[in-house]
Design a protein around this ligand. Structure first.
Ligand SMILES: [Zn+2]
Ligand SMILES: [Zn+2]
Length: 387
């Protein structure tokens, strides 16, 4: 069973929606135009219920099947937000907003889920209910979490959730997935080390914070090399190191260190946080200074559940002939919050040989639309076969 014919017919229309969204990117929760467009389209398709304002600017649409004997409800989720990047594609439908760009392909995700919603509203060839979820603020804002916090799962009795992301470097329309931990937990830290500043020619009268901070940066690397089990994944990257004085002859009073931590399990995440605190406090004490540590937890590990992943891979094989094993991704994904609340799966769909996501020359490939839409539709029709 290849892609559905209906999506080959709809491809031009869906491409138009995608390019319109691409031309009008909106960042984080500011997806007002996009959300309004989504709600308007869902209305046009004849969805049974459309609710805006879930998770601030999120939109939810409900589509009922021909029958509902088993009471099943499946959630399909797309993200709508763009990035604060200046677009450099030179496309005729390039961003009209300076400093905002759909550089992660969420324009494609939104358009594909709209395409699936149109088809599912036309055909209704399933037994149960589909909830299409359009979330804002995937790029660091936690829009998915806010939709969950607004009680979305309970309100519509959603039992399973599915998500998709385009992936540059994979053949267009091909699929890849993995069960279990898939995308990393993304935490950040902001540490201020304090010694006693003074004259650079009289180090014995100071507590040299720069030396303390340098030791700290090196010691933080031992979390991955000495504390973590070598078969587990952890990244600790110091990305900013700033002394309070920029002079040649001053030993600074404070040094601020910032960075990020990526982990693939709750245990490793806890270990990294604990060791960062121990290392910073321990080294500061050794040198006679202090450490003020702010460890900020971001998105949790995104975990695909076994059964739903197997099913999602089978559907992908039906649509495009094969489904590859995806590698671990050390980036984060806000869909993790939805997968914490309900079983489900997140799949990658190939975007071809393009610039990587978050690059100013990236663009979503509209040729992925028939495969992406077909996967959504088949998830529904196979998981909730018409009675
Ligand atoms: Zn992104
Ligand atoms: Zn993305």
């Amino acid at each position: 069973m290849p892609v559905k014919n209906r999506f080959a017919e709809l491809q031009n229309e869906i491409t138009e929606w995608r390019r319109d969204i691409h031309e009008n990117p909106e960042i984080l929760f500011e997806t007002h135009r996009t959300s309004a467009l989504v709600a308007e389209k869902l209305q046009e398709f004849g969805c049974d219920e459309i609710v805006t304002g879930i998770g601030r600017t999120g939109v939810v649409g409900v589509i009922k099947g021909k029958s509902d004997t088993a009471g099943k409800v499946i959630g399909l989720r797309a993200d709508m937000d763009a990035l604060p990047i200046h677009e450099a594609t030179g496309l005729e439908y390039a961003s009209k907003t300076d400093g905002a760009m759909h550089a992660c392909g969420h324009d494609g995700h939104t358009a594909m889920l709209l395409g699936a919603a149109k088809y599912l509203s036309e055909t209704r060839n399933f037994d149960g209910t589909v909830v299409v979820i359009f979330q804002p603020a995937e790029e660091g804002g936690g829009g998915g979490k806010e939709m969950c916090d607004d009680g979305m799962m309970e309100r519509w009795n959603i039992q399973e959730v599915y998500g998709m992301h385009n992936w540059p470097g994979r053949p267009v329309g091909s699929f890849a997935i993995r069960p279990g931990a898939f995308f990393a937990a993304t935490d950040t830290f902001d540490i201020t080390l304090e010694g006693r500043g003074g004259h650079a020619a009289k180090p014995h009268d100071t507590v040299d914070t720069t030396v303390m901070a340098a030791q700290t940066v090196l010691a933080l690397q031992t979390i991955a090399s000495r504390n973590a089990d070598p078969v587990d994944q952890v990244v600790v990257s110091v990305t900013s190191f700033e002394t309070s004085s920029k002079a040649f002859n001053v030993i600074p009073q404070t040094v601020q260190i910032k960075g990020t931590v990526r982990t693939m399990s709750k245990e490793m995440r806890d270990l990294a946080e604990t060791r960062i605190k121990e290392i910073c406090n321990g080294i500061a004490a050794t040198f006679g200074g202090t450490a003020d540590i702010n460890y900020m937890r971001g998105y949790p590990v995104m975990v695909n559940t076994e059964e739903q992943t197997e099913f999602a891979a089978k559907v992908a094989r039906d649509v495009s002939g094969s489904c590859d094993d995806a590698p671990l991704v050390m980036g984060g994904e806000d869909f993790a919050y939805m997968l914490e609340e309900r079983p489900g799966a997140y799949i990658l769909v190939g975007n071809g040989d393009t610039a990587m996501v978050h690059h100013p020359e990236y663009n979503f490939d509209d040729n992925a639309i028939p495969a992406g839409c077909s996967w959504w539709a088949e998830i529904v029709e196979q998981r909730m076969p018409a009675a």
